[in-house]
Design a binder for this molecule. Structure first.
Ligand SMILES: O=C(O)CCCC[C@@H]1SC[C@@H]2NC(=O)N[C@@H]21
Ligand code: NA
Length: 618
């Protein structure tokens, strides 16, 4: 871009941005110097399991609401209309199932890493594979999260790209390394509030500058950006109610049900009730976050009405355009551009710090501790800090990889969750809902799930057909310059718009179905291999690692029928330490299971809603 129309920041903006970074560092320092001063892994990685539900719920939002959503969702709405907003329907089941299935099971086992569950239910190899898959997913995702704000800023304001990446990565590594999970959660709380404030400011100013609410609504309506409920069942349709509302449930379960970053927050809650309540409290805040980013896209459309800035902003121009829109709106209002940049970096920092901390936790708990059971607390904590630091540096490298992906950042992030998060979700579902599944089946299922996931994912990138529709905004008044129009038409020309068939159709599966598709593959292959290699007997399954799905679904049946049908369905129960040792693990298994007992049985059961209390007696 020629320097003349570079949007510049006033001193006030830099001050606001500086205050954000300083506040985050301050919170990190505070938690490094207060409380137990981060001297044990229980405090550094689990916040002493002392957190209340409000900070946990705001931290749960922040973990998977990064600059990718702040920039990517408005770009999505601008280009394709409000169909994406239907993903909000997935938040209902996407949070209810974690609250009533995953949290009770994982919380009562009093784990530190979600993947310890896999060793309790299956075997150590399954746990290692689950941990490595999670590390792979979060390292790539972190790269996207670091890169997005820096790239977008650089495209519009000339902010030094790699200097910004470095500043973000270092600040984040610093406060995560010194302050542990407590610092990460409390900075998440602060950063989530900044995130909402920044988006609200852009919306208020944007509506006011575009002529008021009614004017915005008229332009958006005429530009047919308000998408009707699209019930098209075709799985290759990129965004429909089914891909977003149903496919989105599996995406949410892979994030809010079994992803270590979220599970660690549930486990850091004081009681199971706080954990479940924090999950419920995520719902309204997540809907608010979704509404803010969708409305921001609509206001942007009302302002630009579909014109395409690809000539000015180069590749992935839709994402950079959001920053351009924000700077247009906030120019001349000192402090607001700084507030939005603070909002962007709050979104990025809160996600990256959660990723660092969860990566350090699983590496410690799943890959290191089991081999060094005699390691002292001091040394283990020091190693955890070193891990957080090294993951920080690795993430900067991954940011460069994102540079090469070129797709819209929202699509890249959602594809990663589908391709890698889906199989991990499948592994947990196989263990929790199917008592017959054994560890051979689990390993085979995970391998098959990942293989299929990468086959579809890479295939769609190579053939550029993961449900991409025409990129032309169907705006009433298309303001494209002719050479841009011809350029797009020639580009689209070589994309066969006819119905793809066979393998091509397979590659054009909507990326919103990846989580569901890969999760089902793991379960299907896992069950087949389990039955072929001898299914597990219910009495061999570690108590407390299976959710009596059959018992619950058949709870209307009289006892005698249920007993015959369900066999022995172990209750979702609280176990004392010695009961928690899996039958096949006689020696101490270094699972890092803390010795003190879980909650009292009656206190726990009292909380599970009555209608769930219908499993057969064990
Ligand atoms: O923002 C990101 O970093 C990732 C994109 C959004 C991830 C999913 S989409 C459904 C759910 N709602 C959110 O705000 N994040 C997750
Ligand atoms: Na975030």
């Amino acid at each position: 871009m020629d320097p003349s129309d570079q949007k510049l920041f006033t001193v006030v903006d830099f001050v606001i941005f500086g205050v954000l970074l300083a506040a985050s560092l301050g919170i990190g320092l505070y938690h490094a110097l207060s409380g137990g001063r981060q001297r044990t892994t229980q405090e550094f990685l689990m916040a002493d399991r002392s957190m209340k539900c409000l900070p946990v719920s705001l931290s749960l939002i922040a973990s998977f609401q990064s600059a990718v959503a702040i920039i990517g969702v408005p770009a999505e709405i601008y280009t394709h209309g409000t169909q994406y907003w239907f993903i909000g329907c997935a938040y209902i089941l996407g949070l209810l199932i974690p609250a009533h299935v995953f949290i009770p099971i994982l919380y009562r086992l009093r784990l530190s890493s979600a993947y310890q569950y896999l060793e309790l239910r299956f075997s150590k190899p399954v746990r290692i594979c689950g941990t490595l898959t999670f590390i792979f997913q979060m390292v790539i995702y972190m790269g996207v999260c670091v890169y997005t704000p820096a790239f977008a800023l650089n495209a519009v304001t000339g902010f030094e790209l790699w200097g910004t990446v470095l500043a973000t990565g270092l600040v984040c590594t610093l406060y995560t390394t010194i302050g542990g999970l407590k610092a990460v959660i409390w900075t998440d709380v602060f950063q989530t509030l900044v995130m909402f404030a920044g988006q609200l400011a852009v919306i208020v100013v944007g509506v006011q500058k575009t002529g008021g609410v009614s004017e915005v609504w008229r332009k958006v309506w005429e530009g047919n950006r308000i998408s009707a409920l699209d019930l098209n069942p075709d799985p290759t349709e990129r965004h429909t109610f089914w891909t977003l509302g149903v496919g989105g449930v599996f995406l949410m379960l892979s994030l809010y049900g079994v992803n270590q970053a979220q599970v660690q927050r549930y486990l850091s809650a004081r009681t199971e009730k706080d954990a479940v309540r924090s999950c419920y409290m995520v719902f309204p805040s997540l809907q608010l976050a979704l509404a803010l980013s969708c409305v921001m896209g609509l206001v942007m459309f009302a302002c630009y009405c579909g014109e395409d800035h690809s000539s000015k902003l180069g590749t992935a121009s839709r994402d950079a355009m959001v920053i351009s829109f924000v700077m247009d709106m906030l120019q001349g209002l000192p402090g607001l551009p700084g507030l939005f940049i603070a909002c962007l970096f709050s979104a990025a920092l809160s996600t990256i710090s959660s990723a660092f901390n969860s990566l350090a936790t699983v590496t410690m708990e799943d890959l290191i501790k089991p081999h060094f059971p005699a390691m002292t607390e001091a040394r283990a904590t020091l190693l955890s800090k070193a891990l957080a630091m090294s993951y920080g540096l690795l993430c900067l490298a991954m940011a460069y990889l994102t540079h090469l992906m070129g797709d819209s950042v929202l699509q890249v992030a959602l594809k990663i969750f589908g391709m890698v998060g889906g199989p991990i979700l499948g592994l947990f579902c196989l263990g929790i809902f199917f008592p017959w599944a054994n560890s051979t089946g689990a390993l085979a299922g995970l391998g098959a799930g990942l293989a299929v996931a990468f086959w579809v994912g890479i295939g769609s990138i190579v053939t550029r057909s993961s449900g991409t529709k025409s990129l032309l905004p169907a705006c009433g008044v298309v303001l494209l310059s002719d050479n841009t129009t011809t350029a797009i038409q020639t580009a689209l020309g070589n994309v066969t718009l006819s119905r793809p068939s066979g393998l091509k159709r397979f590659y054009s599966l909507s990326y919103m179905w990846y989580s569901a598709f890969n999760c089902s593959t793991v379960i299907l292959i896992g069950l087949i291999i389990s039955f072929l290699t001898g299914p597990m007997k219910a009495e061999d399954v570690t108590p407390g690692t299976v959710y009596p799905l059959l018992g619950k679904l058949l709870c209307f049946l009289p006892e005698r029928h249920k007993k015959k049908l369900c066999g022995v369905t172990p209750q979702v129960q609280t176990l004392s330490a010695q009961q928690r040792q899996p039958p096949h693990h006689k020696e101490s298994n270094g699972l890092g299971l803390s010795q003190e007992d879980g909650q009292s049985q009656e206190e726990t059961d009292a909380f599970l809603p009555r209608f769930l209390e219908c499993e057969t007696a064990v």
